[in-house]
Design a protein around this ligand. Structure first.
Ligand code: NAP
Length: 263
């Protein structure tokens, strides 16, 4: 496991801007942590609604000088373009991108994770790939010109251990597993390109552990309490892992405890 206090001291030295995509449970927890541990970082958090949700509004009220809100649905090209424009206008380097978006389930019966092949639907595959795979890659494309000016930076995106092909011993959850595996491949490919074009940037796919959030809520019944993390715990562990990585580590897949996850 990474040294969290060492990571805290790296966070304290971060100067510039941080982008946290998606104001879900883990996104908001990451913003709370950065506001606390990275005092020289200004932050943009994104959400899908023009008006921030109440929890996000509360964060914005707490740090009006350091935190801004932007609208971003990763499936909408014009909103990605607007984000690019917003970042381009920053007068400080973009140091950190943390993508905390993801999609696992919607209304039953056809948007629950598939238990068997017969349950697979084109619509769920499409939505899962659009959010969990294409979204992070198009986000990387959007921030690329701004990161080029930054020098040293981290680009992290939340994946999931179930996206590991090598670790797939249970089956099921076809569309989520496959889309997270596709995200991993896309971001590994981004990392290889950026190693040449932006040698100061570290790209990481991260598994947060099972964390209490709307995404995991329907699947928590059989998770032992000690293995169900709070978003604040997971965010702190992930930031510790991420800031312990250097550009030499770029293109890997790590869990919250700093262990590499097999592809
Ligand atoms: N919680 C866990 O146990 C767990 C385990 C492994 C991996 N993860 C991963 O961790 C990430 C964060 O999940 P979470 O636990 O924090 O769940 P969460 O609270 O449900 O957050 C998911 C976020 O993704 C956003 N989102 C969905 N579709 C989007 C789109 N098209 N464009 C932009 N944002 C979109 C959601 O926005 P709306 O609220 O507007 O829908 C929500 O803010 C996900 O990638 C998930 O796969 C979580």
């Amino acid at each position: 496991m990474q040294n969290l206090s060492a990571a805290g001291s790296v966070a304290a030295t971060l100067q510039g801007h941080g982008l946290v995509v998606a104001d879900g449970a883990l996104g908001r927890a990451m913003v709370r942590l950065l506001l606390d541990q990275a005092p020289a970082l200004t932050i943009t958090i994104t959400g899908r609604t023009p008006d921030p949700r109440p929890d996000t509004r509360q964060l914005l009220r707490q740090a009006p000088d350091r935190l801004a809100y932007g609208v971003l649905d990763l499936c909408r090209d014009e909103q990605l373009a607007d984000l690019g424009t917003h970042l381009d206008r920053l007068d400080c380097p973009l140091r950190l991108v943390f993508n905390a978006s993801g999609w696992l389930h919607g209304p039953a019966p056809h948007q629950t994770p598939e238990k068997r092949l017969a349950a697979l639907r084109r619509s769920a595959l499409h939505r899962s790939f659009a959010v969990n795979a294409w979204g992070p890659a198009l986000l990387a494309q959007t921030v690329e010109p701004v990161l080029k000016r930054s020098g040293q930076a981290w680009f992290a995106s939340l994946s999931a251990r179930v996206g590991s092909i090598g670790d797939n011993h249970l089956g099921g959850w076809y569309s989520y597993r496959a889309a997270k595996a596709a995200q991993n491949q896309l971001l590994k490919t981004v990392a290889l390109e950026w190693r040449r074009t932006m040698p100061g940037v570290c790209v990481a796919c991260l598994h947060p552990g099972t964390t209490d959030s709307p995404l995991s809520k329907p699947f928590q019944a059989r998770v032992p309490p000690a293995k169900l993390f709070t978003p604040d715990f997971s965010a702190a562990a992930l930031l510790g892992v991420l800031l312990g990585l250097t550009p030499r580590d770029s293109g890997g897949f790590w869990a919250w405890d700093g262990q590499p996850v097999p592809w």
